[in-house]
Design a protein around this ligand. Structure first.
Ligand code: FO1
Length: 313
């Protein structure tokens, strides 16, 4: 059975990560997750993408909302409001336990990776969920009104202001973890999930050493596949389409493929974008056209199989 590494952001990435988990042997999937979205709320470290992947792979996620736990209650959020705390970023009662637990351990000096692996095991997840770095990396965006922390822009302002620039504070000081390096070098297939290429995959690829490790794996014969998060010129979820446009890049699967030149062997795109396949192939990638919209576990597993077949055949 193949050993697989996936690179993922939040909701879209978590869906394909779940598909991969459904089709590989237990323990053979490692998911490297963006931590650029992390921010402190109520004095607690919150890691949204890490937790979206964790709850999805544990079968605990609220699938409608996309983030947080299914069946969540909000009594603490109501009490925070009574205490005059900002309430635009909602933490559910049960979710809060994870933020308290992780914040305590990280403040006591444990690595974020150790805590993430331990928490995933406690929630019954066989896959390894690996934060992209132990050091803090914080994504900020420049809008017409100035620089904003990622969650202020994404949640508080509902990602409405145009993004003119993206900064990844701390990325240069971050280091590739031994867990990620080992997983990438040992992988039989590496999959870039259909996450936002600018603020989900971009921060992961900005960690010094990750591109080199992927390159080493490719030289050893491992193929890298990326799945387009843009279908028919629109993001399946979130602001990737508007971000590509405001940053002057082409809003299409081809525009996404261009960002991955030199890194990716196989580019997986939706049937709606079949006409772009020849242009993608001219970038030096094999284009695979398939049904890429994931609506249930069967479609998640089906897409995972297509991606792995393309890497392993
Ligand atoms: N997204 C929202 O739109 N509103 C929220 O109040 C919110 C709270 C939240 C709490 C914990 C968590 O792990 C994620 C949360 N998210 C919320 C989602 C999240 O911040 C974004 O979807 C991602 O950062 C983008 O990938």
């Amino acid at each position: 059975m193949p050993r697989v590494v996936a690179l993922a952001g939040g909701v879209g990435g978590a869906k394909l990560a779940l598909g991969l988990q459904l089709v590989v042997a237990p323990g053979d999937l490692s998911v490297v997750v963006n931590t650029g979205d992390d921010q402190e709320f109520h004095g607690l470290l919150v890691c949204p993408d890490l937790d979206t992947v964790l709850y999805t792979l544990a079968g605990l996620a609220d699938r409608e909302r996309g983030w947080g736990l299914a069946g969540e209650t909000w009594a603490a959020a109501a009490q925070f409001a009574r205490l005059g705390e900002p309430t635009w970023f909602q933490l559910g009662d049960r979710d809060l336990a994870l933020h308290v637990h992780r914040s305590r351990r990280v403040r006591a000096g444990e690595r974020l990776t150790t805590v993430a692996l331990d928490v995933a095991a406690r929630l019954g997840v066989a896959s390894r969920i690996l934060p992209m770095a132990d050091e803090p990396v914080r994504t900020r965006v420049r809008t017409p009104d100035g620089w904003l922390n990622f969650q202020d822009w994404f949640v508080r302002l509902r990602h409405e202001p145009a993004v003119l620039e993206v900064a990844l504070d701390g990325a240069e000081e971050a280091r590739l973890t031994t867990e990620i390096e080992g997983a990438v070098v040992d992988a039989d297939a590496i999959v870039i999930c259909p996450s936002n290429p600018l603020v989900s995959i971009g921060p992961i690829l900005a960690v010094p050493g990750i591109r080199g490790a992927i390159g080493e794996s490719r030289r050893g014969g491992t193929r890298v596949a990326a799945v387009s998060p843009i279908v028919g010129g629109r993001a399946l979820r979130g602001p990737a389409d508007r971000m590509l446009a405001s940053l002057g890049e082409e809003v299409s699967a081809l525009g996404v493929a261009r960002r991955y030149v030199g890194l990716v062997d196989v580019f997986v795109m939706d049937q709606a974008d079949a006409a772009l396949a020849p242009d993608v192939e001219r970038l030096g990638m094999r284009a695979i056209v398939t049904r890429s919209v994931m609506t249930d576990d069967a479609s998640r597993a089906a897409l995972a199989r297509v991606v792995l077949d393309a890497c392993l055949s």
